[in-house]
Design a protein around this ligand. Structure first.
Ligand SMILES: NC(=O)c1ccc[n+]([C@@H]2O[C@H](COP(=O)([O-])OP(=O)(O)OC[C@H]3O[C@@H](n4cnc5c(N)ncnc54)[C@H](O)[C@@H]3O)[C@@H](O)[C@H]2O)c1
Ligand SMILES: [Zn+2]
Length: 434
């Protein structure tokens, strides 16, 4: 088992390993809790509900279970109110807890209910998708979608514990693994170091997470944007003007360095995940692919935790977690949410990497490392949309503040920065990178 401490909210542990004793882990950490409301979608509950309920009950908790139909469409106000009513009927008090067993939809929905029921009760995240393990279960963002858009109602509510059993990943489809990998690669670009090394290690055995051969076909990553027309006209706004006003104020935290956020400590051990792995994982392989999931998830969570700790409520540094997401969200929207989030983020990462190389920020070698990482995970996907459609969607994005768009650029692996790009420059910005 590996444990990461996150110093946000009241402070909490992320426990990662296979065969977690859920009841025991919570008994140890949530001493006053008597009742646990376990919230899960029906697919996940069918797969893992009984095991989790049994484990919680054997530790002495009184368990109440609530399930809903899985999928993004359930992240709505109707399901949210059903959970609130369920918590009230089970007579949970403020010293009790809600536990979200599932992917990001369950975590966000149950998390928002936990944040608002009785003005906030204890929340436990038990992620079952790779995306939830490395992203949505950590950091305290909870919420639901409104008919006008995604995640428009929500609250910051940090969990009291995150219990990530990597055994749950065995039943994930290739698409769901890819979703999580998109965010993991993002974390590796933000931080570099051990996570990047660990992801690259498996290059040697030429295997992917599900054992298929690598596809190095250059056609997969030739040209990032469709309709690029060979126009390599550069967006050079951020090259010319490097005064601190152009950069997000948030990066002022960076020890006086107003350009790059490279304030991470180099030694990941300092984030507290040196707990050691189970022996079978020390070979770097496990039953479902070439990755050492426990290590990769732990290193990835440590990157997110470090950023969240620096900026819990997304005032500044936390915006770095949006790397690849400006382009990614636009692709997601244009596809009518038919292209999954992880793939959209990867399209964004590939695009930003190409842009950063073009601008001379990213060396050829570093660019190749990013490309290889995406390609080995089958995430080197060219953007299927053209500049016109992309810029239109980006300009209507909620992350536009005034006439500026905050986009994260790669100034080198481990040295990403938020750049404010004037709205009128978006088309030029999009033109680069092919
Ligand atoms: N709060 C945050 O910080 C944050 C960050 C990123 C994403 N999100 C949110 O997360 C959501 C996406 O998360 P997701 O992709 O995990 O979606 P999800 O919760 O819908 O899970 C995807 C599908 O996988 C199934 N599933 C879950 N675990 C499984 C398992 N172990 N085996 C087999 N099937 C399993 C589910 O039933 C579901 O059908 C989005 O709503 C997004 O907005 C939140
Ligand atoms: Zn994301």
């Amino acid at each position: 088992m590996t444990q990461i401490r996150v110093n946000a909210g009241g402070g909490y542990d992320v426990v990662i390993g296979e065969g977690i004793d859920f009841g025991g882990a919570l008994k140890e950490r949530l001493k006053k809790v008597r009742k646990i409301a376990l919230i899960s979608d029906r697919t996940v509950f069918g797969l893992y509900g009984a095991r989790v309920v049994k484990s919680l009950e054997s530790a002495g908790f009184e368990v109440f279970s609530h399930t809903f139909t899985g999928g993004e469409n359930s992240k709505n106000s109707a399901e949210y109110f059903k959970i609130l009513e369920f918590l009230a009927e089970a007579k949970l008090t403020r010293s009790d807890a809600a536990a979200a067993l599932g992917g990001g939809v369950t975590g966000d929905l149950a998390g928002f209910a936990a944040a608002t029921y009785l003005r906030g009760i204890n929340l436990v995240q038990i992620p079952t998708t790779l995306l939830a393990a490395v992203d949505s279960s950590v950091g305290g963002k909870t919420g639901i979608n409104l008919s006008t858009g995604k995640n428009l109602a929500g609250a910051f509510h940090q969990p009291r514990a995150v219990l990530c059993d990597i055994g749950f990943l065995k039943t994930l489809s290739e698409d769901l693994i890819a979703d999580g990998m998109g965010e993991i690669v993002k974390h590796a670009i933000l931080k570099g170091g051990e996570l990047l090394d660990e992801l690259e290690k498996n290059n040697e055995n030429n295997r992917n997470y599900d054992g298929f051969e690598e596809n190095n076909d250059s056609a997969r990553h030739s040209g990032v944007l469709k309709n690029n027309n060979g126009n390599t006209e550069n967006y050079d706004g951020f090259e010319e003007n490097k005064d601190s006003a152009r950069h997000s104020g948030g990066l002022k935290n960076n020890n006086g360095n107003t350009e790059n956020y490279d304030g991470f400590e180099e030694n990941n051990d300092s984030t507290g995940h040196g707990g050691g792995s189970e022996k079978k994982n020390e070979t770097g392989k496990n039953a479902y692919g070439g990755y050492n999931w426990e290590k990769i998830i732990a290193l990835s969570v440590a990157v997110k935790a470090e950023i969240v700790e620096a900026d819990e409520k997304e005032q500044n540094v936390r915006r770095l977690l949006n790397l690849g997401h400006t382009i990614g969200h636009a692709v997601e929207k244009l596809s009518g949410y038919q292209i999954r989030h992880g793939k959209c983020v990867s399209i964004g990462l590939l695009y930003i990497a190409a842009l950063s190389r073009e601008k001379g920020f990213l060396s050829g070698g570093e660019y190749e490392r990013i490309l290889k990482l995406l390609s080995k995970n089958r995430l080197d996907i060219p953007c299927p949309y053209g500049i016109d459609e992309m810029s239109e969607v980006i300009l209507s994005d909620k992350k536009m503040s005034g006439a500026m768009l905050g986009a994260v650029v790669i100034r080198g692996i481990g040295r990403c920065a938020v750049e404010e790009i004037p709205a009128k420059e978006i088309r030029n910005f999009l033109r680069i990178g092919g």
